[in-house]
Design a protein around this ligand. Structure first.
Ligand SMILES: Nc1nc2c(c(=O)[nH]1)N=C([C@H](O)[C@H](O)COP(=O)(O)OP(=O)(O)OP(=O)(O)O)CN2
Ligand SMILES: [Zn+2]
Length: 125
């Protein structure tokens, strides 16, 4: 199996509900988000690609146009935790990246800081 991935960054604000009183993440604050999406395929095409890295272009545009410098609480219809943002980006890729049949979106990872991350991978059941 071959694996490729691409990283993207965007800046956004959010706050999280349901935390204990005084939790710092209950207040509106911002992150320099890092997003990584991974594609897999058992075969290579063209010059030896899973797909051209350029096929990630629509995701770059989506992040720039819809998430960058936004309040994620206003943009997403779920609480903007790293986990839910990873799932949101995974589903967006499945629905919008124009990938060959043999290429699968394997994982989306979101980092709010250099020290943390959340990943979403599709369930197997
Ligand atoms: N499982 C998750 N836990 C937390 C999330 C999350 O998305 N998933 N998010 C937050 C907040 O967004 C917070 O802004 C980030 O928290 P944290 O990394 O703990 O903050 P710091 O970088 O300031 O880390 P310190 O170690 O406290 O300096 C919270 N938890
Ligand atoms: Zn946060």
């Amino acid at each position: 199996m071959y694996t490729i991935g691409k990283k993207f960054t965007f800046e956004a604000a959010h706050h999280l509900e349901g935390l204990p009183d005084g939790h710092k993440c209950g207040r509106v604050h911002g992150h320099s988000y890092v997003v990584e999406v991974v594609l897999t395929s058992s075969v290579l095409t063209g010059p030896g690609f899973v797909v051209d890295f350029g096929e990630f272009g629509p995701l770059r545009d989506y992040l720039r146009d819809h998430l960058d410098h936004q309040d994620l609480n206003d943009v997403l219809n779920v609480a903007p935790t790293s986990e839910r943002l990873a799932a949101h980006i995974y589903e967006w890729c499945v629905q919008h990246l124009d990938l060959p049949e043999q290429v699968h979106v394997a994982m989306a990872r979101v980092s709010e800081t250099e020290l943390t991350f959340a990943e979403y991978t599709p369930g197997t059941s």
